[in-house]
Write a protein that binds this ligand. Structure first.
Ligand code: 13P
Length: 353
């Protein structure tokens, strides 16, 4: 079992592979559907997730993160979605936190909840076929936030979750997200991200979490959305790698970034630039993107069956570009020369036309 968790963690960050985060809650996915005028029902959410999971992306995607509704769903021909993934060699994962809730006595800050009953839920998900899990802590940045109370509460919960996952034979993805919302500089983001990561690894040590059997899912070091002087790609890459080198132990097998509101191409370009930087990188550096992988596919689908094949193609192209970026081999031309479906014969079974 010990060996199993280490090999699952390594499989998730195999060369040229990253993770598809498709674990939006019903509430969040409904909001995304609303902006496009797509009706959110149990069936339409299933159709959407089934489209993502049948896009033939196994050469680029090692694992997919679901949420509670999705992991219990079956595909249109009756196979559990977990099986749809594992048959292609994509490891099924599940979001297990209960969301960020207001932190008492800390205006503007949240703590992620969900520890109560977590052991039993993890055991159930493991029996359903999940091999890894995810928990997201959310850190808001201003001149005076985050507070020490917020960092302490969130990192303690992340570490308790990670220890429980390993006890229940699931690889924990530890996600402390320092938000891009706000008008802070890239320097402020680096300062906060560094402080949060140091606290995360201190808490993981306190709770006896095996670093070899987990993955870290951090934000990149990037200026706030409303900061007037956006940093260059090179500045983002350099600050991100410097921050991670200072805070993330070499025993961690992989770092898989969240996209956090960057547009899809920017998230790809940044990942590529980080991987191209010279110097020590003791961990694999890849992606676990939600919006940056899905946005184009969701818009393309638009809730219509006749668009399913094109939506799969859109996801395939984004996954292909990010796979290249995880190896530091992405080029702009890849955006203009999509892989032809005909050249990927293993994908034919997923085409509608
Ligand atoms: P984004 O890539 O859209 O930030 O989502 C990643 C994720 O899993 C957030 O928890």
């Amino acid at each position: 079992m010990t060996h199993d968790l280490e090999s699952v963690a390594l499989t998730l960050v195999a060369d040229g592979k990253g993770i598809l985060a498709a674990d939006e809650t019903v509430h969040t996915l409904t909001q995304r559907f609303d902006t496009l005028g797509i009706q959110s029902t149990e069936k339409s959410r299933r159709t959407y997730r089934e489209m993502l999971f049948t896009a033939g992306v196994a050469e680029f995607i090692s694992g997919a993160i679901m949420q509670d509704e999705t992991i219990r769903q079956t595909s249109s021909d009756g196979a559990p979605l977990v099986q749809v993934l594992s048959k292609q060699g994509i490891l099924p994962g599940v979001k297990v936190d209960a969301g960020a809730k207001a932190l008492a006595s800390a205006p503007g800050e949240t703590v992620t909840e969900g520890l109560d009953g977590l052991r039993d839920r993890l055991s159930e998900y493991r029996d359903m076929g999940a091999r890894f899990a995810k928990w997201r802590a959310v850190i808001h940045v201003t001149d005076s936030l985050p507070s020490r109370a917020c960092i302490a509460a969130n990192t303690h919960a992340l570490a308790r979750y990670a220890a429980l996952c390993q006890e229940q034979n699931l690889v924990p993805i530890v996600e402390p997200e320092v938000l891009m919302d706000g008008s802070h500089s890239i320097e402020r983001c680096e300062e906060v991200t560094g402080a949060v990561l140091h606290a995360v690894f201190s808490a993981l040590r306190d709770q006896r979490v095996w670093l070899e059997r987990m993955l870290l899912k951090p934000n990149m070091v990037i200026a706030g959305k409303d900061w007037p002087h956006p940093a260059s790609v090179q500045e983002v890459a350099t600050a991100t790698l410097r921050c991670l080198r200072r805070a993330v132990p070499a025993a961690v097998p992989g770092i898989v970034f969240l996209s956090g509101g960057q547009d899809d191409r920017t998230a790809t370009v940044h990942l590529d630039a980080i991987n191209r930087l010279p110097g020590t990188k003791p961990w694999k550096i890849s992606f676990s993107y939600g919006r940056a992988l899905q946005d184009h596919a969701l818009e393309t689908w638009h809730g219509r069956d006749e668009n399913l094949a094109a939506a799969r193609q859109a996801l395939y192209e984004r996954a292909r570009c990010n796979s290249a970026a995880s190896l530091g081999r992405y080029t702009d031309e890849m955006e203009n020369t999509p892989a032809s479906v005909a050249s990927a014969p293993h994908r034919r079974e997923w085409r509608d036309d």
